[in-house]
Write a protein that binds this ligand. Structure first.
Ligand code: ATP
Length: 294
């Protein structure tokens, strides 16, 4: 995070949004600092895209105080649009054009765009620069979406499930690219269903469930320190299964081995295992506790 820029990139209080009689967002509070990467997590249908679209000025909220780069998205001056970058979940038809042509065209819409070659390289499309966009693979088309979202050197980038369809190598490449972007001070609001992606990229993650942010922290601290405490499990000589949460699993394992040897079991207790809860376990617990949307 860039600590020299302190004013918020996004500041939201009490955001609500309803489709017909169905309330999708029910009082969302959200702050994203300049230079911060924030991953918004939540099950399918939780309202992540809806929230992003409200912040982009594409959808109208029912209520709430919303400030994005210091402006309300629906009353922001034209130049505000050039300060944000949007990679939506689905994008339109690219027509008969190549990535180079599309990126070059989009570059003309911004006052201070990146170079076309630089962006092609950043997203890993240099080799496909002259291939018709419609002939690109799904992952390559997604990279083109990202290219069009960052060509204008945005101060804030909205990335709605940006790496869906990427192969593992492309995903790593994308992560490195994003490191470069945020290194230049851009704030990022990202949605993803890949918990490893959130863990790698995000300064903070928020979990949207039941229309609200139900948990928010750095990836290391989500769910509280307790949630990350390792669990030692084993089966005793009578076949009864035990679990012990402990910050010192090695000490517990040592004790169990010693106790087992004492009663003539040199190999230790059956099914002895140490589990360290991953972000995914903690996320699933949070979603479970707050009722998943389906
Ligand atoms: N234009 C719309 N009209 C009516 N309902 C909508 C509209 N757009 C979205 N919804 C509904 O609002 C809810 C939230 O949708 P949204 O796309 O914001 O969720 P999401 O968290 O982004 O989901 P996903 O992870 O599947 O992309 C869903 O139940 C969806 O069906």
């Amino acid at each position: 995070m860039n600590s020299t820029l302190s004013s918020a990139a996004v500041s939201v209080r009490g955001l609500t949004k309803q489709y017909g009689s169905r309330r999708v967002l029910d009082g969302v509070d959200l702050d994203i600092a300049r230079g911060e990467t924030y991953a918004l997590l939540g099950p399918n249908g939780a309202g992540k895209s809806t929230a992003i679209e409200v912040l982009e000025g594409v959808r109208r909220a029912m209520s709430g105080d919303i400030s994005v780069l210091g402006e309300h998205p629906l009353s922001a001056p034209r130049v505000w649009k050039s300060r944000i970058g949007i990679v939506a979940q689905s994008t339109g038809d690219a027509g008969p054009y190549t990535p180079r042509e599309l990126i070059a065209h989009f570059a003309t819409l911004y006052p201070n765009p990146r170079g076309v070659d630089e962006v092609l390289d950043l997203v890993g499309l240099t080799e496909q620069a002259k291939t018709r966009a419609t002939k690109l693979s799904g992952g390559q088309q997604r990279r083109l979406d990202v290219a069009l979202g960052i060509i204008g050197r945005p101060e804030l980038v909205f990335l709605d499930e940006p790496t869906t369809g990427f192969d593992p190598e492309a995903r790593r490449h994308f992560w490195a690219m994003l490191d470069g972007l945020t290194g230049e001070g851009a704030a990022v609001l990202l949605t993803t269903h890949y918990l490893d992606e959130a863990e790698y990229l995000a300064d903070r993650v928020g979990v949207l469930s039941g229309g609200r942010i139900v948990a928010e922290a750095t990836p290391e601290l989500l769910g509280g320190a307790e949630a990350r405490t390792p669990v030692v499990s084993w089966r005793d000589a009578a076949g009864v299964r035990h679990e012990e949460r402990t910050a010192v699993p090695g000490v517990v394992v040592e004790r169990l081995m010693h106790e087992a040897r004492e009663i003539g079991i040199p190999t230790g207790p059956a099914e002895l295992e140490v589990r360290r809860p991953a972000l995914e376990d903690i996320y699933l617990n949070l979603i479970g506790a707050n009722g998943a949307e389906r």
